[in-house]
Design a protein around this ligand. Structure first.
Ligand code: NAI
Ligand code: CS2
Length: 487
């Protein structure tokens, strides 16, 4: 099975550990861009520094068939290119032991793997929508079509939640210790959301099983950070040039990385904290909140208003002084004051670092990519801060502008009357509202009335509705660039 990539790795980047000794002790759901440049690489570097056997079995539940096929063809090795503003460092990841895909291996093979005794952690990067949770409440969305199908047929699941519950059932029935469920998605209190979704589902299928999960399984929260844009033909060509062979599983990312993990594992864990950027703590929630509000909140702001303003990438928005200032002000004036951080946390330093990371010209992070799935992202990136300011009577104009930018974006038409390819689980609902109202301020109240995104409280606040309407009006009449400059 040795391929050219492994030949290269043998020659230039041979790891210090014996790959043959690794076991699939982690099953990871979501072999996407992010995981390759984050957990898989952290695990590789942890293995370099410790004598342990924590290997990863990669699974994609939805899509990514070609990626898994290709990964197998290259002996489960792949490249990560860390691109700084001036130089690039290439690493070959050796922590992956095997891979599965339900499309060609079948659902039972996936479940059997998750139920294997040595599997101690099931981790996930399945996107916000993968939790099948109501974005406003974080509880299982029982109307979700995947969940409905899995409730009807729990032994043949499709959703990640369905797989986890069924795999835990198999383990309990076979008297095998459970695994820890570790979410690595950008979801506020991701462990708590994963737990709520799993338990809500389990209680609907088997109360006794639900009780066993509640008593025996842990769901640590994690804060994950590294900007990893989707691979493009350009990044893959660059990797080919750097490595000397083609690597369709290769991925480029920024040099920065951070991983703060709640130390709450039921069946052992690797010492990821031997690697720079990873640490275990007792309470991750403040760190998650800081990252989601300051980084992801400003990212979404820049994504919607940047896309509408004609900027294809985040680094392009940073060339406009108004966008740069608005992003910084949003972090420091709208988000930072809502946080409750451990003493000594330097939020201003963090904001400056974020602006520097966004400016990295080597990283082509598309505004369109970040704009995806806004219905799942807006509540956690802006909702909590908004409620904070509304209660305190403080200024939140950056948040109102961000929400208005998103509302304009989901109209599906840009400032040059070109169609926007809006990707969102709720896109049909948006289309219906825009069909009824057109691009007109009357749509604002309707969109703010979507309970799954905004709950029931925000729509009742007239001054909030007026503020978003004012921002929306400015965007649709003067354009996004002028609207951002007005801040
Ligand atoms: P990607 O598009 O490369 O991969 C998405 C992954 O999610 C695929 O493996 C796919 O199989 C899986 N997936 C999609 N829908 C699913 C569903 N309904 N159920 C189960 N699995 C599903 O995206 P990428 O970049 O890997 O990001 C994935 C997530 O990782 C993000 O949504 C975010 O929560 C988190 N993340 C991403 C960062 C980035 O910069 N790319 C940084 C920090 C976190
Ligand atoms: C981005 C994030 O796609 C998005 O919504 O905001 O994936 C962002 O790149 C990461 O969270 C950075 O850690």
């Amino acid at each position: 099975m040795t391929t050219t990539l492994s030949a290269i790795s043998e020659a230039a980047k041979k790891p210090s550990f014996d790959r043959e000794k690794l076991k699939s002790r982690i099953v990871h759901l979501g072999f996407g861009a992010f995981h390759r440049a984050h957990q898989a690489l952290f695990t590789h570097e942890m293995l370099e520094k410790t004598a342990s056997d924590w290997g990863i079995c990669e699974i994609n539940l939805f899509g990514g068939e070609d990626l898994v096929t290709q990964l197998r063809e290259q002996d489960h090795l792949f490249t990560v290119a860390e691109k700084g503003a001036e130089s690039t460092e290439v690493k070959i990841v050796h922590s992956v032991t095997e891979s599965l895909h339900p499309t060609f291996d079948g659902k039972q093979a996936v479940l059997a793997k998750m139920a294997e005794e040595q599997v101690a952690i099931v981790s996930m990067t399945i996107t916000e929508k993968g939790y099948c949770a109501d974005p406003a409440t974080g509880r299982l969305d029982k109307t979700n079509s995947l969940i409905q199908a899995d409730l009807a047929n729990p032994h043949e699941p499709s959703s990640a939640i369905g797989y986890i519950v069924e795999a835990l059932r198999i383990r309990r029935d076979a008297n095998i210790k459970p695994f820890t469920v570790m979410s690595c998605d950008n979801v506020q209190e991701n462990g708590h959301v994963a737990r709520a979704a799993v338990l809500d589902f389990a209680y609907l299928v088997d109360q006794e099983l639900a009780g066993w999960i509640e008593a025996n399984v842990t769901f640590p929260c994690t804060m994950v950070d590294r900007i990893v844009p989707a691979a493009t033909p350009e990044t893959l060509a660059e990797i080919t040039k750097l490595v000397g062979v083609e690597d369709p599983c290769g991925i480029a990312c920024e040099p920065f990385r951070q991983w703060v993990i709640e130390d709450n594992f039921v069946n052992g864990r690797p010492d990821w904290d031997v690697v720079d950027g990873a640490k275990f703590v007792a309470d991750v929630v403040p760190f998650e909140e800081m990252k989601l509000r300051m980084l992801n909140g400003s990212h979404s702001f820049l994504a919607y208003l940047g896309y509408l303003g004609g900027y294809p990438h985040i680094s392009d928005t940073m060339t406009n002084e108004h966008y740069r200032k608005a992003a910084f002000d949003m972090m420091m004036k709208a988000q930072a004051p809502t946080l409750n951080m451990p003493e000594g946390t330097d939020l201003e330093g963090y904001a400056h670092l974020l602006i520097e990371r966004y400016t990295n010209p080597s990283l082509k992070h598309q505004t369109w990519q970040i704009a995806m799935d806004g219905s799942q992202k807006i509540p956690q990136r802006m909702g909590g801060s908004l409620r904070h300011h509304l209660a305190a009577g403080t200024d939140y104009k950056w948040l109102a502008m961000g929400i208005a930018g998103w509302m304009t974006y989901i109209s599906g038409v840009d400032e040059k009357a070109k169609t926007i390819d809006v990707r969102d689980p709720m896109v049909d609902q948006f289309k219906a509202l825009y069909k009824q109202h057109g691009i007109n301020t009357s749509v604002v109240r309707e969109i703010l009335g979507i309970e799954a995104i905004f709950g029931t409280d925000l729509i009742q606040n007239d001054s909030f509705v007026a503020e978003v309407t004012k921002a929306y009006q400015l965007i649709i009449t003067k354009g996004a660039r002028a609207a951002v400059a007005s801040l």
